[in-house]
Ligand binder design. Structure first.
Ligand code: GLN
Ligand code: ZN
Length: 769
């Protein structure tokens, strides 16, 4: 560490912090407001109290510059739409009548007006509200929220840095408003948007902002030359403003690639870059462009989206190299900390030894501050912290939990043959047809039936010991009996047990697998007031015993029709958990796959003729950069095949994915070598059927004919018409009839009517064949 003066300036910062509060106070206040139990003033009071306590926590743990504007009542992209006045026409009246209610109407819709569409924020499990723009969009500056939050932090005597979604990312995340041509490119609005950003920057400057951070994560995705040119234009424009705060352009979730030279040349004052995981490539790339002489570099060296303690020595090594590459180097997490839970120290059920391996937002903040101190004052000033960190890392590396020799021996012995069924699909299909004896256009469902209050009460009663395990299981069997008898009456062909025993499709399995941990308070925002508690894939994975077999066989004992077994696939088990960072994802996926393979084999041995392995997350886990996708799809499809490859030719393997856009993974879907796939299609009018056919997909498919995201019951005519459309692309021997997805969020009366109509439609269309 030679560049002492630069190092001496090193500061600690973060880009954002969990919004919910230690006890999810924000969720409670907002939901209370929606129900009319909390006033708007009380809600604002709770929110500002949470912001203040977050800032104080950050400052006390050694963060020099706190973020502002990262807080949101619902979503920061929606807040950006408000900031630039991009309120859809249909919401304008409500927003004018009452900004807060109008804001929630955009987020959630009302009886009469649809909300904005919601989609995933890059490859995280956070969802944002998609801006709707068109050639007629008129932007208008509304900096009140950003300015207000900045003033609150300054009033506490803190150095604060407003964080905004940058203009390029904002436009790249937008979609054409309803009624606007589908090929409209929101990025063409850049020149109209920049003056609004200029005004916001001026307002923030006037309110006391020294620095402002503009987040441009869209620049870590593959971008066209035109998009890179627009980026250059945007930051030339904002950078050459006269009265402006210093500008920090932030990127995260991956490497900057071709956008790095563009940003390095821009007349801005600093860049924030991710140096974790695949983004570590930023280090060499930064050296290759000659670094950022005279500028500020905020180095994201602590992983902001996973929950493991950092390797402080390695981070210091990265920081040391970076010192030579910028005028000043500050320390941060790789991205906002909204993607991790708040505080690991409140977990009581996790073994204290293992707890030392975990770092949630609070612990990460402490790591960042230690690193900044080490960088500024020398590593001898943090010798005690480094020693403790070394001990924690060593305990994790040597633990029997992370190194189970039986699991390791088994994964090492996997051969290519394990991932292949004994016969190709074309030959299996005949054997399955003979075994199952199904009609053409067989009807089925995706697995879950309505999760009634009765089921949820039973689970709560078990947790609070009001009932014992026997009492609980009797209630689950009760549900299964009702689900089976309904399906028989409705005339469905392949039945399911309804999944009443599952709290969640990942958690249910995580709880039964060795190597997985559950947290009690590890809430992470999924969208709005919805928080999830992802389980932690902490160690080597094994399955002590069957997980679903008795429920499936119980269901099968009640009926002569085939009952389909139901599992969550390995990729989804990883995607909706916190994953290990001490081995390649593919290795973890292989362990999970082998555990699930045992379950599949046990289901088959128990006589289950059809087994569905759900992979709704296969596409969302796709790496942000196209160059990284083949390697991902390789391990992902291998894990699926390893899960299902051990069954006989006459056992039918289904898979399910709940989305309609899968054009870029259709080859991977084929590589799964499943016999039947069900997909979402009702809203897109069977578009997926045409796409599958267009790609020459050779297997059976069930494009959904019942949109389960709405309480609406499709008529038999409607479903029949969708089936006829499907038949234009997929021949009758290969077309299945099913809803878009599971039915757990729906109510019984709708489900009953919709499935009866679905069966009637299948019968009607069979009659034409
Ligand atoms: N089998 C699951 C269900 O029906 C699938 C859910 C999903 O795809 N998200 O609920
Ligand atoms: Zn689904």
């Amino acid at each position: 560490m030679t560049a002492k003066p630069a190092a001496a300036a090193a500061r600690a910062t973060v880009y954002g912090y969990p919004r919910q509060g230690p006890d999810r106070e924000l969720k409670k206040a907002i939901e209370g407001y929606w129900k009319g139990r909390t006033t708007a003033d009380a809600l604002r009071e709770t929110a500002s109290g949470l912001r203040r306590s977050n800032w104080r926590d950050l400052a006390e743990s050694g963060i020099h510059e706190v973020p502002t504007g990262d807080f949101s009542y619902y979503d920061h992209v929606l807040d950006t739409s408000v900031m630039v006045g991009a309120v859809p026409e249909r919401h304008r009246k409500a927003v004018e009548a009452d900004p807060l209610d109008g804001y929630f109407a955009m987020a959630r819709g009302t009886q009469d007006v649809a909300p904005l569409e919601m989609t995933k924020w890059f490859d995280t499990n956070y969802h944002y509200l998609v801006p709707e723009l068109g050639p007629d969009t008129v932007f208008r500056t509304d900096s009140a929220q950003q300015v207000g939050q900045l003033r609150e932090a300054i009033a506490l005597g803190l150095a604060a840095r407003p964080v905004l979604v940058g203009p390029v990312t904002y436009l790249l995340l937008a979609k054409p408003a309803p009624g606007v041509a589908a090929d409209f490119e929101p990025l063409t609005l850049l020149d109209r948007l920049l003056p609004v950003y200029a005004e916001v920057l001026a307002d923030l400057r006037a309110a006391g902002a020294d620095w402002v951070q503009l987040d441009e994560p869209a620049l870590v995705q593959d971008r066209t030359q035109a998009e890179l040119d627009a980026t250059a234009r945007a930051y030339r424009g904002l950078g050459t403003l006269t009265d402006r705060p210093k500008l920090l352009i932030a990127s995260y979730f991956d490497r900057l690639g071709d956008a790095l030279p563009v940003l390095a040349k821009a007349p801005v004052d600093g860049l924030a870059m991710d140096f974790t995981g695949a983004a570590a490539a930023n280090l060499d790339a930064l050296a290759a462009v000659g670094g950022l002489p005279g500028k500020r570099l905020v180095a994201g060296v602590v992983d902001g989206r996973n929950i493991w303690v950092a390797d402080l020595e390695r981070s210091l090594g990265t920081l040391g190299t970076l010192l030579g590459l910028a005028g000043r180097v500050d320390v941060s997490a790789s991205c906002s900390l909204v993607h991790v839970p708040l505080d690991a120290s409140v977990e009581r059920d996790i073994d204290p030894q293992i707890l030392r391996w975990l770092a949630f937002a609070r612990q990460k903040t402490a790591e960042i501050s230690v690193l900044a101190r080490g960088l500024a004052r020398g590593t001898d000033t943090i010798a005690a912290e480094l020693a403790a960190n070394r001990a924690d890392l060593a305990s994790r590396a040597a633990s029997a939990i992370t190194r189970d020799s039986a699991v390791r021996a088994r994964t090492a012995a996997v051969t290519d043959a394990d991932g292949h069924r004994s016969l190709p699909y074309a030959e299996r299909a005949g054997a399955q047809r003979a075994r199952l004896g199904l009609p053409l256009l067989p009807t089925t469902t995706i697995g879950s039936f309505p999760q009634t209050a009765r089921v949820r009460t039973a689970r709560a009663d078990l947790r609070s010991r009001r009932i014992d395990v026997d009492g609980y299981e009797e209630r689950v069997r009760n549900e299964i009996r009702q689900v089976i008898s309904f399906q028989e009456e409705a005339g469905l062909d392949v039945l399911v047990h309804g999944e009443p025993e599952r709290n969640d499709m990942v958690q249910y399995f995580a709880e039964q697998l060795t190597g997985y941990l559950a947290t009690r308070h590890g809430w992470v925002q999924s969208y709005g007031t919805r928080y999830v508690r992802p389980p932690v894939l902490a160690g080597d994975i094994s399955r002590p015993g069957p997980m679903t077999v008795r429920w499936t066989t119980y269901a099968q004992s009640l009926t002569a029709r085939p009952v389909k077994g139901m599992l969550t696939g390995p990729v989804t088990m990883l995607a909706w958990s916190f994953v290990r960072d001490d081995q390649p994802l593919g290795d973890t996926a292989r362990q999970v796959a082998l555990a699930l393979r045992d379950e599949v084999d046990d289901l088959e041995a128990a006589g289950t003729p059809v087994i569905q392995v759900d992979e709704p997350a296969l596409r969302e886990t796709l790496p942000l950069r196209a160059a990284d996708r083949p390697a991902y799809l390789d391990w992902a499809t291998e894990a699926f095949r390893l899960t299902t490859g051990g069954v006989r030719p006459d056992t039918q393997i289904h898979t399910h994915m709940c989305y309609a856009e899968f054009g870029d993974i259709v080859q991977a879907i084929d590589d799964l070598d499943a016999d039947v796939i069900s997909l979402e299609a009702a809203r897109s009018h069977m578009q997926v059927a045409r796409e599958l056919a267009g790609h020459g997909y050779p297997r059976e498919a069930g494009p959904g004919v019942y949109d389960i995201h709405s309480p609406r019951v499709p008529s038999a005519q409607e479903a029949a018409e969708l089936l006829r459309t499907g038949l234009e692309a997929i021949p009758p021997e290969r077309l299945w009839v099913n809803p878009d997805c599971g039915l757990k969020t729906r109510a019984w009366p709708e489900v009953r009517a919709a499935l009866e109509n679905l069966v009637a439609a299948a019968r009607e269309v069979r009659g034409d064949l």
